[in-house]
Design a protein around this ligand. Structure first.
Ligand code: ZN
Length: 389
């Protein structure tokens, strides 16, 4: 049932892509998925024929469609590149579905954590990378199609950056950013132990907190700031409706978080459960500078699969978007054990380092996620890997 699979099928066209081996970057992995969404005519002008030798092509039902070609006269690309880049980075190809539980007459956090976890597992099971219906987009944990397209286009046309039009990349390459979302009061008892592990490895992390949810432990937050960590905003009350509200209601909610924002000089944001929308980003520009709500390859948001398909920070609208590339806990939803997580993520860490992507990790300190001895041990192993890189 394609309609239940946001981002796949109509009206967006998403195809696997191929590359001439002579033009593949060193970091390209032939064994990992590579797809690109093709924009509709309303988004980007399209060239019907590309002259010369195809370097990158889409594999469609009717055969190969060249996307980038090289001729004696130079390189050509099928779609207007700035529009195409904005279409992908801005995830315009994605369709967001509002889960039914966000329409409950009470806050879903009133459902016991164990049951919430079971419901989330069922929702996210449909988005497992090992998709039984053969849907391979987006690749997880590596989806390299748009990176590949950008890399080849930049090289053959002699550009300096992959997205040097309206979507200029920002920030250092090879950056490691450790982020956490404290969803509930149950997370606070585990914050110090987690941060102390990170500090011992030389990392100062980012902690997103819910502005008007469970009471905050200001003692813990003040301590984090003293250690050089950063506090960010994780929405208003974590009822997962923020992204679906009209602008004025989003504004009212964010205004209610002002005292917290001012207390910690908050400049960054992550939307609860990764729910994001154009309206939310437009309003957010008035409150923060940096957003962590996008993932490069997204099978984590209960609202459907997607992702900006890009692993470096980029500017879009008035925000710097920092894609989360290592949602460390999520393989747990798909049957992995804590002891397997570091091994699961290692190939992606290698790939990110090779292609200059950001290593942006996310975990939650609640006991049902990373607030327990087994997960802390797994996280410690990840930190060893990151510190040695
Ligand atoms: Zn959250």
């Amino acid at each position: 049932m394609p309609a239940a699979r946001p981002g796949i099928g109509r009206p967006t066209q998403i195809h696997p892509i191929g590359v001439d081996p002579a033009f593949a970057p060193a970091w390209f992995r032939p064994d990992a998925p590579a797809h690109v969404p093709l924009p509709p005519p309303t988004v980007a002008t399209r060239r019907e024929t590309l002259p010369g030798r195809p370097l990158v092509w889409a594999e469609t039902d009717t055969g190969r469609v060249p996307l980038i070609s090289l001729d004696t006269g130079g390189a050509s690309i099928r779609y207007d590149w700035p529009s195409w880049a904005r279409y992908v980075l801005g995830e315009q190809y994605r369709t967001l579905t509002r889960p039914l539980y966000t329409r409950l007459p009470f806050h879903y956090h009133r459902i016991p954590g164990v049951i919430r976890r079971a419901v989330a597992t069922r929702l996210l099971a449909r988005q497992a990378p090992e998709d039984t219906r053969g849907h391979t987009f987006p690749g997880f944990p590596i989806e390299q199609g748009f990176e590949l397209l950008s890399d080849v286009w930049t090289r053959v046309r002699g550009g300096t950056t992959p997205t040097d039009h309206d979507v200029a990349p920002a920030g250092p390459e090879h950056a490691v950013v450790l982020t956490h979302d404290i969803d509930t009061a149950e997370g606070f008892p585990w914050v110090r132990r987690t941060a102390e592990l990170e500090l011992a490895h030389g990392f100062q992390s980012v902690w997103h907190v819910v502005g008007r949810g469970d009471p905050l432990d200001y003692g813990v937050l003040d301590w984090l700031v003293e250690q050089g960590c950063t506090i960010g905003l994780h929405g208003y009350n974590h009822d997962n409706t923020l992204a679906f509200l009209p602008a004025d209601r989003i504004r009212r909610r964010l205004d209610a978080c002002r005292p917290l924002v001012e207390r910690y000089d908050i400049r960054c944001f992550r939307s609860p459960s990764w729910f994001r929308s154009e309206t939310l980003f437009e309003v957010l520009e008035e409150y923060v500078q940096v957003d962590y709500s996008r993932l490069d390859t997204d099978r984590s948001c209960p609202g459907g699969i997607g992702g900006c398909l890009w692993t470096k920070p980029f500017a879009l609208g008035g925000l710097t978007h920092v894609p989360t590339t290592v949602p460390f806990e999520d393989p747990l939803y798909w049957g992995r054990a804590p002891e397997q997580l570091t091994g699961f993520w290692r190939p992606k860490l290698d790939w990110l380092r090779a292609c200059g992507g950001g290593i942006v990790v996310n975990t939650h300190p609640e006991p049902q996620f990373s607030g327990n001895a087994r997960m802390l041990h797994a996280y410690d192993q990840l930190l060893d890997l990151l510190a040695s890189g």
